[in-house]
Design a protein around this ligand. Structure first.
Ligand code: TNX
Length: 781
């Protein structure tokens, strides 16, 4: 009795000690850390490792699982077989040892599981099929990352002794893929579904319809895919500078899924615990449908073609005045419901510009007959009518947050994309919500510095930002929090036309969101996640997933000491306590490089190379920058016309901090003036010889940013009397994309203390709106 007590108490203390050690090593604040064994993503709700030792899979290992549930172990068995050649066969004789046992435990919550690994056996209980499935995924992650890859010789399949109790925070853990802007084949969709399962995500929102392509076969309306799925190929041009096509031009670029394809995808996904939720857009984002059946639009709307690129504003929309439109939509939805057994149908409802509705006699009549006040209420009538139809067929409606405008449909679930506001309003109102705000969840936005990334949708959503996402806003009443079903990553595909690019945008940001949606808030820790991510990345390597290394990038910032008039270069990376090393000058970046400890003083023009290091080797891309030191660096600037509040660059020395802006006008380096000129005076503090002044400008005509129409440089000894030293004129020229240009003014060398630079704003754009003028640096040489 006594000895048992001593041992058990000792055992308890030993386990606590072990647990503390595990905790310390897991929370090691470096990208290195001790991370090899227990790197599960998303982090389980509870994980205990009180004993050392392993369960080792070998040729004799057996599995016991009820036949009706056996698919929950398939991915596990397949990966083990592919990587090691070992077939884990079914247990026929009720073995006690070397066995993996799966069973249902209905006392557990939906999707929950427990996983107990001992040296002899593995016991898995699941609250349902998904719970068992997720236990298999965890089991795979307890094996070496190579288990996700090709056959390996002597792959040691040991699973550490561990006890896990796990369940998701949110029931909706989704990914939306836009297959309209660019079409992606069935096999890629299946790959995405596998990877959703790998990340314990359970909803695949299939964005099947948009202006640029209708992707779902509808038997009753064959022209939807004959015409609507194809557009004129202008893939060589920027999305927003593609020419308008004519209705009689034949489209050759595109594709669609047959109903058989879609049923196959739905069945495939169900096995992986993923529900496919189709989005059937209405009333806007349907130019592809109207190109096929022009009568679906309001009377007098000229017939459009399927556009090859961006359309804005979206005015080719369905006419809710005519009964035939609803007949069409109901027939389409009937076929959709036959294919997709999901509880939900997403009906879009975003970004409808209703100018046609204002003029259309049918719409006017509908507004009058239904006692509506305006076209917003007409949209609400539209959505409520469709909701009734769906509810009558036992389906729930989801719509983008625009469905709040003009009155929310009674049972609708709102997908909040324009920030969290719509979601909060809907939840307070008692409706369910899926949070997918652009600033955190839009994986089509940039994930690294714009100049180093492939073209993407404007906006900056780096990995650590994604990880910070919190689906339940603090301002929401606590008794309404249960209306937040979860969240979703959205991948719009305007700029994504290959599978490898799609993967690049998805991973590893999807891993960060998976953890946000699955793991309890108190277990979420960026430093710990970044350690585990290093192992996840090895899994991606083994599985051949083209993930992005943007989070490894080193970025820079300039620190200005206004007292000393000195500049210092700061290097950083998204990870906590990163091991950054650098060299100055054109020499190799290797293990002899300087370890970055504090900002580096810059006093001459220099090349700098830096990278994140792991095990004394650079990982990820090398940051290279030429810092052009010049005579005005950190000097005082007076603004005769202040810059706009929204674009102040890095503050008062932004124009003389040596840092050049990128094509992203939000990158924090640009100062801007709206319909006003730039007019600044630089004080060089004493007479200095000067012969060249360079002014950096940007043009991006989409958002009304134009090059200056003239730039003039004036010089002065006293700051009062200035004389003109040179001018460059550049009249407005139409251009679709975004560009950068240096305006260089040279003159005979002369001593001067004050330099005034005036850049003329275009004033009013050809579209009639106020024009922006963007300037990043004034280089004085
Ligand atoms: C807004 S999100 C859209 C999409 C675009 C996306 C680009 C939403 C409901 N509408 O049509 O593809 O922005 O980021």
């Amino acid at each position: 009795m006594f000895s048992w007590y001593v041992f058990s108490t000792l055992g308890k203390y030993l386990s606590i000690l072990l647990a503390v050690i595990t905790l310390i090593s897991c929370n090691n604040n470096s990208v290195k850390g001790n991370r090899k064994e227990l790197a599960i993503i998303p982090m389980p709700a509870s994980l205990k490792q009180t004993e050392s030792g392993n369960f080792t899979i070998n040729k004799l290992t057996k599995i016991r699982i009820d036949e009706s549930l056996s698919a929950a172990a398939d991915r596990f068995i397949e990966h083990v077989k592919n990587a090691s050649g070992i077939t884990i066969s079914t247990d026929e004789q009720k073995s006690q040892n070397n066995i993996i046992i799966y069973y249902l435990d209905t006392t557990l919550a939906k999707e929950a599981y427990t996983l107990d690994v001992s040296k002899n056996s593995i016991n898995i209980a699941g609250g349902d099929y998904n719970g068992l499935l997720y236990a298999s995924e965890t089991l795979l992650q307890l094996l070496p990352p190579a288990v996700y890859g090709d056959p390996q010789e002597n792959l040691k399949l040991s699973i550490p002794v561990v006890s896990i109790k796990d369940q998701p925070e949110f029931p909706w853990r989704g990914l939306m893929l836009d297959v309209s802007r660019h079409f992606f084949g069935k096999e890629y969709i299946k790959k995405c579904i596998d990877r959703l399962a790998m990340h314990k995500m359970n909803k695949f929102h299939f964005h099947l319809i948009d202006d640029q392509g209708w992707r779902i076969e509808i038997k009753k309306y064959p022209k939807l895919t004959e015409t609507g799925a194809w557009r004129v190929d202008q893939e060589d041009k920027h999305w927003n500078s593609r020419r308008k096509t004519k209705p009689d031009e034949k489209g050759t670029y595109g594709g669609f899924y047959t109903q058989e394809d879609l049923k196959e995808i739905v069945a495939y996904a169900a096995k992986k615990g993923v529900e496919v939720v189709p989005e059937i857009e209405m009333p806007a984002h349907v130019t592809s449908a109207i190109a096929a059946y022009p009568e679906l639009a309001c009377k007098g709307n000229p017939q459009p073609a399927v556009p090859s690129g961006g359309v804005w504003p979206i005015t080719d929309i369905y006419c809710p005045g005519q009964e035939s439109t609803f007949e069409f939509l109901e027939n389409v939805l009937l076929e959709v419901m036959e294919i997709f057994p999901s509880d939900y149908i997403h009906i879009g409802a975003d970004e409808a510009t209703k100018t046609n509705w204002e003029k259309c006699p049918h719409c006017k009549k509908r507004i009058k007959d239904e006692g509506l006040e305006n076209v917003k209420q007409l949209q609400s009538y539209f959505i409520k009518r469709i909701e009734k139809f769906l509810n009558d067929h036992d389906k729930n409606l989801i719509g983008w947050d625009e469905i709040l405008e003009g009155g929310l449909a009674p049972n609708a679930t709102v997908m909040s994309w324009r920030g969290m506001k719509g979601g909060i309003e809907a939840a307070e109102h008692g409706n369910d919500v899926i949070m997918t705000p652009g600033d955190w969840c839009y994986l089509d936005h940039y994930q690294g510095p714009h100049n180093l990334e492939p073209i993407a949708q404007d906006g900056y959503v780096p990995l650590h930002k994604v990880y910070e996402f919190e689906p339940i806003p603090e301002s929401l009443s606590s008794d309404k929090a249960h209306h937040i079903l979860g969240g979703q990553a959205n991948l719009w595909s305007e700029y994504i036309n290959t599978e490898s690019h799609s993967e690049y945008m998805l991973y590893p940001r999807l891993a960060a969101l998976a953890e946000v949606f699955w793991s309890p808030k108190h277990t979420r820790d960026w430093a710990d996640f970044s350690n585990r991510l290093m192992v996840q990345i090895e899994r991606y390597n083994a599985a051949g997933i083209n993930y992005s290394k943007s989070s490894f990038l080193v970025t820079s910032d300039m620190e200005i000491d206004l007292e000393k008039r000195e500049i210092k270069l700061q290097l950083r990376n998204e990870y906590p306590n990163p091991d950054i090393r650098y060299v100055m000058g054109d020499i190799p970046l290797n293990d002899k490089a300087n370890i970055y400890k504090e900002p580096i003083k810059i006093d001459s023009t220099t090349v700098i190379k830096a990278s994140l290091f792991e095990d004394d080797k650079p990982v990820g891309p090398v940051f290279t920058d030429t810092i052009k030191f010049h005579k005005a660096v950190a000097k005082n600037i007076t603004y005769n016309i202040p810059c706009h509040d929204s674009y102040q660059g890095t503050g008062e020395t932004s124009l003389v901090n040596t840092i050049r802006g990128t094509k992203n006008f939000h990158d924090g380096q640009w100062q801007a003036w709206l319909s006003k000129d730039m007019d600044v005076v630089i004080d060089l503090e004493k007479p200095v010889e000067v012969s060249k002044v360079t002014i950096g400008a940007m043009e991006n005509q989409g958002p009304d940013i134009y090059y200056p129409t003239a730039v003039t440089v004036y010089l002065s000894d006293d700051g009062k009397n200035f004389k003109n030293a040179g001018q460059i004129n550049r009249p407005y020229a139409a251009n679709g994309g975004a560009g950068l240009m240096d305006f260089v003014i040279t003159f005979a060398p002369q001593q001067t203390q004050y330099i005034r630079v005036v850049a003329k704003n275009l004033g009013v754009s050809p579209k009639g709106s106020d024009a922006w003028l963007f300037i990043d640096e004034i280089v004085v040489e």
